[in-house]
Design a protein around this ligand. Structure first.
Ligand code: WT7
Length: 635
């Protein structure tokens, strides 16, 4: 639990001030009476979600809204036929939306592109036809390792349109991490790009992709988007430029009618073992949850310019850069770059330039901007902004207030949205009409029943910490772990009987507001990215000089958490600064730059339980000078 975020008593004493929405915000809000809607929906969530399902088109209506006959393999909209990409795209082609801008893209160097809905539609259809001509069919998997460029959206939509599961791997992952994910999904084609700019430097994605593909026999073809003109290695037997791949293809293609429960995509996320989990989402329920939440949380009326600063490689990008905005028929903004190039006002400049109405970002970015001071945001009015969002980790009250004051200019309510890769959509979040508290994710979204419980599943009193669980089911929930249904049952439905186990700890205050404290398990949150301690440890141990490693998260002012590692070396190996550098490099190579190692300490022994598990809790308490807690099982 990262200590910069909150201390229970601190929060209870100091953060109880309420921020009320302005009259203007209230007047516009789709949901005007926050408490009333919560009360109404809590008694019959299934009815709420059935109504929400009417916001999308169905080729055939469902016979049954919700089926729990085979727990925990829940089903929604059983018998219904639909298609996620059809609803994000084809549906709009029949209306005025066809000529609206769907995607605005800008990169760090200042290049921009814009696509109307109809243009995205044509491009997606070409990819569908090219994939079909390459023998890719419904049920296959396609891997995507691309930067934040419009083509990543096109490829994802094309896959969904033809019933192929996409597996997007964040472009900050290493070749090994990419290879593991390709292998697990047995993907047949990989989409990538020559590279991406970052702080003026070219990240050579094709080179990383090549290294990964060498280890993956299932990949028959690598489709490469030209993004930065740098020369890359090209293997004519396997590689093809994206523009040649779609050349001459028809710009019309039918959407495959999918069963509501057919899988739409898999997205890997870290857990408590060294093997990432392939979270599976489906066509029917996912779109219902994503559309309803984006509309209500960000109060969409149809003509918004929406900027989610995440990367498409994470669930936030899937749900709120690509599918959500397109399902809602609004304009989504993609920015391929860092927030402080060429200057720390880049974010404000983009907001002003495109008249962005909704900004959805992460606490780590706010903290990075805070460091540059208020003089930067003060130069910009950002009067187009109406609603702000935060996601990825708890937002500390200081960052919340800064965001509210200097970016939102005290006009824009902040939606602190708690959710997960597995939940598919925002789960605990205010709505614009809700009174806010700086640092609280507020209350569950309508149709969601969340609780804070003890180990036995009993609700705990207000002010007491416990496990955050969800008591009901919802349409956009995870359906299984790809190729590993047992792990799905074990991870989410076995820890506490009868409820969905989130892995987070939280408490509620006397008003019923939720305060999320962090992970209860051995998962770190580095700049809002999930990374398992077991994965990092296994990366250390893969070095020939290392016997064992235990890693913990330590607080970091900007990233929330960074890694500290305790490493046992093989006998006779000298503990040097050089070796520390080498080990850092090793982890980076195995996992990618998201695994930020702050410090390595060489030790002779790690605290362990009798059964031999490393007690990271003890390492952490010692590191942070906290009480050791219960060490009775320590040997
Ligand atoms: C974990 C899920 C889903 C979006 C991005 C991360 C933490 C997420 C919040 C928030 C406090 C949050 C939780 C959760 N988290 N949003 N608003 N307040 N914590 O997705 O990688 O699946 O991580 O992120 O610990 O379990 P993810």
């Amino acid at each position: 639990m990262s200590k910069i975020n909150r201390d229970l008593t601190d929060v209870l004493l100091t953060s109880q001030k309420k921020y009320y929405p302005s009259r203007k915000i209230l007047k516009q809000a789709i949901v005007k009476d926050y408490e009333k809607i919560l009360k109404e929906t809590v008694s019959d969530p299934i009815k709420f979600w059935e109504e929400a399902a009417r916001d999308v088109e169905w080729f055939r209506e469902w016979d049954k809204v919700f089926d729990n006959s085979n727990k925990p393999f829940f089903k929604w909209f059983v018998g219904g036929k639909t298609n996620l990409a059809y609803n994000a795209l084809d549906r709009h082609i029949k209306t005025k939306t066809r000529n609206k801008t769907a995607i605005i893209w800008e990169d760090e160097t200042g290049r921009t592109r814009k696509y109307k809905y109809i243009e995205v539609y044509y491009e997606v259809n070409k990819i569908v036809n090219a994939l079909r001509n390459n023998g890719i069919k419904k049920g296959d998997r396609v891997a995507i390792y691309m930067p934040n460029i419009p083509e990543i959206a096109f490829v994802m939509l094309a896959c969904a349109k033809m019933g192929v599961m996409h597996s997007v791997v964040y472009a900050g992952f290493s070749a090994n991490a990419l290879a593991d994910r390709i292998k697990d999904a047995r993907a047949k084609i990989l989409f990538t790009a020559d590279g991406s700019f970052r702080r003026g430097k070219v990240i050579n994605l094709k080179e990383i992709a090549d290294e990964a593909v060498k280890k993956c026999r299932t990949i028959k073809k690598v489709v490469v988007v030209k993004n930065n003109k740098k020369k890359v290695n090209f293997n004519p037997k396997k590689d093809i430029w994206y523009k040649d791949f779609i050349k001459g293809q028809s710009c019309e293609a039918e959407a495959a009618p999918m069963d509501a429960e057919d899988p739409a995509f898999v997205l890997y996320t870290s857990g408590t073992t060294s093997k990432p989990k392939g979270v599976v989402h489906v066509h029917g329920g996912y779109q219902v949850g994503v559309l309803r939440t984006i509309k209500w949380v960000f109060d969409l009326h149809g003509n918004e310019i929406f900027w989610c600063t995440a990367d498409p490689g994470w669930i936030t990008g899937h749900s709120y850069i690509i599918y959500g905005p397109l399902l809602a028929g609004i304009t989504t903004v993609m920015y391929e770059g860092v927030p402080d190039v060429p200057q720390p006002d880049r974010i404000y400049k983009i907001i002003q330039k495109y008249k962005i109405n909704i900004l959805y970002t992460a606490p780590t970015l706010i903290r990075a901007l805070m460091r540059y001071g208020t003089k930067w945001p003060k130069k910009y009015k950002m009067s187009s902004l109406r609603i702000l969002g935060s996601v990825g980790e708890p937002i500390n009250p200081e960052a919340w207030k800064w965001y509210y004051t200097y970016i939102g200019k005290k006009r824009c309510p902040i939606m602190d949205t708690w959710w997960q890769t597995e939940t598919g959509m925002n789960m605990i979040t205010p709505l614009p009409a809700a009174p806010l508290k700086a640092g609280s994710a507020c209350k569950p979204f309508p149709g969601i029943i969340a609780d804070v419980v003890d180990k036995k599943g009993k609700s705990v009193l207000a002010g007491k910490g416990g496990y955050l669980v969800i008591r009901n089911q919802w349409p956009s929930m995870i359906r299984t772990i790809f190729n590993n249904p047992e792990r799905y049952i074990k991870t989410y439905w076995s820890q506490i009987k009868g409820v969905y186990f989130t892995g987070d700890v939280a408490f509620r205050d006397k008003d019923g507001y939720f305060w999320i404290q962090g992970r209860a398990d051995d998962v770190l949150k580095i700049a809002g990215h999930r990374i398992g301690t077991a994965e990092v440890e296994s990366a250390f141990v893969s070095h020939p000089k290392v016997v064992e490693a235990g890693v913990i998260g330590v607080p970091d002012k900007i990233k929330g958490e960074v890694i500290k590692a305790f490493v046992i070396l093989k006998e006779g190996v000298k503990a040097t600064e050089e070796l520390k550098k080498e080990l850092k490099k090793q982890v980076r190579k195995t996992l990618g730059p998201i695994a930020v190692i702050k410090d390595i300490e060489f030790v002779d022994k790690l605290p362990k339980t009798r059964s031999g598990k490393i007690m990271r809790r003890v390492l952490k308490a010692k590191e942070l000078g906290l009480p050791l807690g219960d060490t009775s099982s320590l040997v």
